[in-house]
Design a binder for this molecule. Structure first.
Ligand code: PAF
Length: 518
């Protein structure tokens, strides 16, 4: 086992001086490691570059997060076993400090964190008074000692995750937080160190918690509503003593009406015998939709394509749709000015965008694969004229909305967040200053063998085009009120895609739409 085990702060400092780690992935735990922790460690390992192989797992049963009558004393401790499991999962360093190692000056000597009421007085925090203050105090202390690059937390403890993310953000701590989905045993019970308290009988009962939540989420998908009282009754009928069952906004944790929101968290805590269990599921109306709008030349289509690929989202290539109409009009030899014939043809225009197994997008029109045909020079030369027709735009907006019903897509354009998908879970207005867009355009032109005389002239042209695009009658360019602004000056394509992924992750949990970087 090639594992460094550190205990005291001096051990830690010595190790740090010796190794000089410039990159550390940190997984905090209270020990008694199970598959959930192992998944966190594996993720931390997968996320590290070969050169940076410091995967540090802390094992510390934090007294500050236990209430007076809680199980601090009997909480399972088995360092040897934990070290073995952590090492197998990819940990390189274990830090197992005592309370005095973390707070050398004793009980009354350290700053504590008070989690704000709006996050604390909900769900678990409402019943476990000091719990999140204790978690936050210890995690922030550990972060200040370790200064890790990445921190890995489980979505199983959703409220903890929300609180820590917000705190790290507010304190401007330069550690990036990653979350992993709840890991479940084959029977569906979420892994938790406390599961070892369950007797055989209790474990059977405990299974009803995930089962009932899962069923509620399925019913919600069908009926778009949930009856919390019924869910509660059904838990209690199965001898689970309900502490709370609530639907809340996953970001703010405030109670919400599930019918009115795109995504909400259905969370519960129950007592099964003497063991307290928590679990949750997300209620979703549809798979996530991302709307990316912005001016011409901001690099939208390049980054949107890459973003879609990384996330396994359909790239609703609105450009491809206009190309498909153009192709159809050409195939049917329809005169561009013949409104009636175009209208007739559009009635028979059923387009589908599908992801092939290899991840390549295919364009299917009335069951025919026209992916390659729509890229022909004939189509390219006419597509902008066709796309300017109100008739065509109206029809395609309707179809885009129709395709959007199943969700799981990203679309890019000028009015996606305002006209096509006003309910998108994430809206981004992607732009760059006219100067930067002029610079990029000049590089592009040079690469294509054209001479570029004057960047300022290009800049003026770009400003004029922006004005035209934002004041035109059909589909004007416009930033939705609730969209996030991303100015890409000085960023590489990869950096823009990563920022989009971070924005997506702020809205959509891994559990709902996982991203694998490896
Ligand atoms: O989730 C846990 O195990 C603990 O709350 C944590 C984050 C290790 C802090 O003690």
């Amino acid at each position: 086992m090639n594992l460094t085990i550190l205990k005291t702060l001096t051990d830690l400092e010595d190790w740090r001086n010796q190794i000089q780690p410039d990159h550390m992935n940190f997984v905090p735990t209270m020990g008694c490691l199970h598959q959930g922790h192992e998944a966190l460690i594996k993720e931390a390992k997968a996320f590290s570059k070969p050169k940076y192989s410091n995967i540090l797992v802390s094992i510390f049963v934090n007294p500050l997060q236990f209430g007076e009558n809680e199980d601090f004393k009997q909480y399972p401790r088995d360092l040897e076993n934990d070290c073995e499991k952590a090492s197998k999962a990819g940990a390189t360093v274990i830090w197992a400090p005592s309370f005095e190692d973390i707070f050398p000056n004793g009980k009354d000597s350290y700053f504590t964190i008070n989690v704000p009421k709006n996050l604390n007085n909900k769900l678990c925090g409402a019943l476990r008074n000091q719990h999140f203050d204790g978690v936050a105090t210890i995690v922030i202390r550990m972060l200040s000692i370790l200064r890790p690059t990445h921190l890995f937390l489980g979505e199983k403890d959703w409220q903890q995750l929300v609180i820590l993310k917000q705190l790290i953000n507010e304190l401007n701590i330069q550690t990036k937080v990653h979350s992993i989905p709840t890991i479940r045993d084959t029977d569906g019970l979420a892994y938790s160190s406390r599961n070892i308290y369950l007797s055989k009988e209790d474990r059977k009962k405990a299974l009803m918690l995930p089962n009932i939540l899962k069923k509620a989420a399925q019913d919600y998908q069908e009926n778009n509503s949930i009856n919390l009282q019924e869910v509660k009754n059904s838990l209690e009928k199965n001898n689970l003593n309900v502490e709370y069952i609530e639907t809340v906004n996953p970001k703010t944790l405030t109670s919400i009406d599930s019918q009115k929101s795109q995504i909400c968290l259905l969370a519960a805590a129950v007592k099964c015998g003497k063991t307290r269990l928590i679990d949750h599921t997300f209620l979703l109306k549809q798979h996530p939709i991302v709307a990316i709008d912005g001016p011409a030349g901001a690099g939208k289509s390049t980054v949107t394509k890459k973003f879609a690929e990384k996330l396994g989202l359909i790239y609703l290539d609105t450009g491809a749709m206009y190309r498909a109409v153009t192709w159809m009009i050409q195939e049917k030899k329809i005169n561009h000015n013949n409104k009636n014939e175009i209208e007739l043809a559009l009635n028979d225009f059923n387009l589908d965008l599908q992801l092939s197994d290899s991840g390549k997008q295919t364009v299917i029109l009335n069951d025919q694969d026209i992916t390659n045909e729509i890229r022909s020079p004939q189509v390219t030369s006419e597509v902008s004229n066709i796309a300017a027709k109100t008739l065509v735009r109206e029809k395609l907006t309707l179809q885009q909305k129709e395709i959007g019903k199943r969700g799981g897509l990203v679309a890019e354009g000028r009015d996606i967040g305002t006209a096509v998908f006003p309910n998108a879970q994430l809206k981004v207005f992607l732009t760059a200053t006219p100067r930067e867009r002029a610079r990029r355009r000049a590089i592009d032109m040079k690469e294509k063998g054209f001479s570029v005389s004057n960047i300022s002239k290009l800049e003026t042209e770009i400003k004029e085009r922006d004005l035209k695009d934002s004041t035109r009658e059909i589909a004007p360019l416009c930033k939705a009120k609730d969209s996030k602004l991303l100015i890409t000056d000085g960023m590489t394509i990869e950096e823009v895609v990563d920022s989009l992924i971070d924005m997506f992750r702020e809205e959509i949990p891994q559990e709902v739409w996982p991203i694998k970087f490896h």
